[in-house]
Design a binder for this molecule. Sequence first.
Ligand code: GUN
Length: 287
Amino acid sequence: MPAKIISGNAVAKSIRNDCKERISALGRRAGVVPGLAVVLVGDSAPSRVYVRKKLHAAQEVGIVAHLFEFPSNVAPEAVLAKIDELNADPRVHGILVQLPLPPQFSIFEVLHRISRDKDVDGFHLYNVGGLVVGDTIFPPCTPFGVMKILEHENIPIEGQNVVIVGASNIVGKPMALMMMQAGATVAVCHAKTRDLAQFTILADILVVAAGVPGLILPQMVKTGCVVVDVGINRLADGRIVGDVDFEGVVKKASYITPVPGGVGPMTVTMLLSNTITAAEKSTMAPI
Ligand code: GUN
């Protein structure tokens, strides 16, 4: 039997409805409207597309979203000064600096300048540390979205073999920590892994975030495996595809996420959720 194709759009819609309710409740309780500031440096076409989606989705649920743009040759000090200003602005609850940044930037310097209370991407060391010990406030959006998809489909994680392909700071590493926290046995593969298939074939749940179209072939997955494809690749003919040979693997897996329409909408949705969390926390007395 072919796999169930999980609609990330449907899961995202249900969470975005919850977001709207949380925003209404926050307005009634504290008179606060969540605010998100997005910082975009340079003119990378994919980054522009992602940022437009984030701003549009934020406005659609009732978050006030502002874009701050800088040219690619901007001095890092100007961006750091903008972050300082946004950190101090009580109308802004979440700050996101779209990555990648041009080469004159130290990414860590920028990410760590964002107030840990407004770090809705979850990339600040404080939140990364929280993730390591199982107590983060802002889980990074893409792996958080993957967890929500699995939860929505009632797919158990505890005791399962989870194999993650890709070890980035944005997806692979936080994904591994979240899966470990949920009781999985986790293997993380990456570009230097020898014989990828010997790992992927063991996976009960396979999460692929490598950025290589067609990397995962049907013979590399176990029958009945749950396959989550985080890849977003634009082919020469303009088509958007994931990292998984969808047509082949769909015949063997039990569940699979498509590209587009799988994990992508969930990344944006969890950013909305984290921004509302930041706004909710801003109304509570510090412990
Ligand atoms: N670039 C690619 N993915 C992301 C993300 O989740 N957050 C930010 N800020 N930049 C990205």
